[in-house]
Design a protein around this ligand. Structure first.
Ligand SMILES: CC(C)(COP(=O)(O)OP(=O)(O)OC[C@H]1O[C@@H](n2cnc3c(N)ncnc32)[C@H](O)[C@@H]1OP(=O)(O)O)[C@@H](O)C(=O)NCCC(=O)NCCS
Length: 218
């Protein structure tokens, strides 16, 4: 997998907004990312392509993938789109984002507020990588559990959470303003138990075996 995870920076915001809009429209309400990035009660992680836009090669006008991969690749086409959408020159220091997760550090809980992967890159383990990153943040912050709300109709997301040991613990009626859909509250078992640590270790080993690498800087 040629995707890694790191903390979100201010210069990621335009791409994160693009991913957010794509994932949550209609009914999209923009998150005030700039304010939230400065809060000590939040943590945002982005999944990015480390071999992104080639820089500092005088004389070359066209984008070239740093890895030398064919530019007809999905990434090559996506980067060209991202560059033109944001007027990014190949000399700018901008990573190419595939997804992000927003986490509130609330009491003894890590609360996932948003998680999304670019539509064309879904189904390749990036959502899973974002959940692994979230759990690592929760361990680093010595939090007790990870929780979130999901639309009752969002089976794909619920399957992902179920895989990582989130259990349905309740329903919030009419939670979503756009269509008054209910939310299911999903929370992990306490993450510091031996049983959960073992489960998480196994999940990460499985991820490594399947995708080849696990690069996370939280
Ligand atoms: C939910 C989301 C983040 C998942 O990201 P993703 O990168 O596609 O997920 P992954 O490829 O890492 O898949 C991880 C697991 O999710 C589940 N999953 C993913 N795609 C699925 C699909 N099409 N059908 C059923 N389950 C699916 C599976 O459990 C999968 O594990 P498996 O591969 O071992 O079966 C992504 O679909 C997304 O951005 N959706 C739009 C925004 C959204 O709904 N966010 C959640 C709000 S609560």
């Amino acid at each position: 997998m040629d995707i890694a995870l790191r903390r979100m920076r201010a210069d990621d915001i335009p791409q994160v907004i693009e991913i957010e809009k794509e994932a949550f429209s209609p009914g999209w309400v923009g998150t005030p990312f700039r304010r939230e990035l400065n809060s000590r009660y939040t943590r945002f992680l982005v999944a990015y392509h480390p071999d992104g836009i080639e820089r500092d090669e005088p004389g070359a006008d066209e984008y070239q993938p740093r890895s030398g991969a064919a530019d007809e690749s999905l990434w090559g086409r996506m980067l060209t789109g991202v560059r033109s959408a944001f007027g990014i020159s190949r000399h700018d220091e901008v990573d190419d984002l595939a997804g992000y997760v927003g986490i509130w550090l609330q009491g003894d809980q890590a609360h996932i507020t948003e998680i999304a992967v670019r539509e064309e890159l879904r189904g390749r383990g990036i959502g899973e990588l974002l959940i692994i990153g979230t759990l690592r943040v929760a361990y680093e912050q010595a939090l007790a559990e990870v929780t979130l709300e999901a639309r009752v109709s969002n089976f794909v997301a619920q399957r992902l959470y179920d895989k990582y040991g989130f259990n349905e613990v309740g329903i919030r009626k009419n939670y979503y303003a756009d269509n008054r859909e209910d939310a299911v509250i999903m929370t992990t078992d306490p993450i510091h138990t031996a049983a959960y640590r073992e489960k998480f270790a196994t999940l990460q080993e499985n991820f490594l075996a399947r995708y080849g690498e696990l690069r996370i800087q939280i």
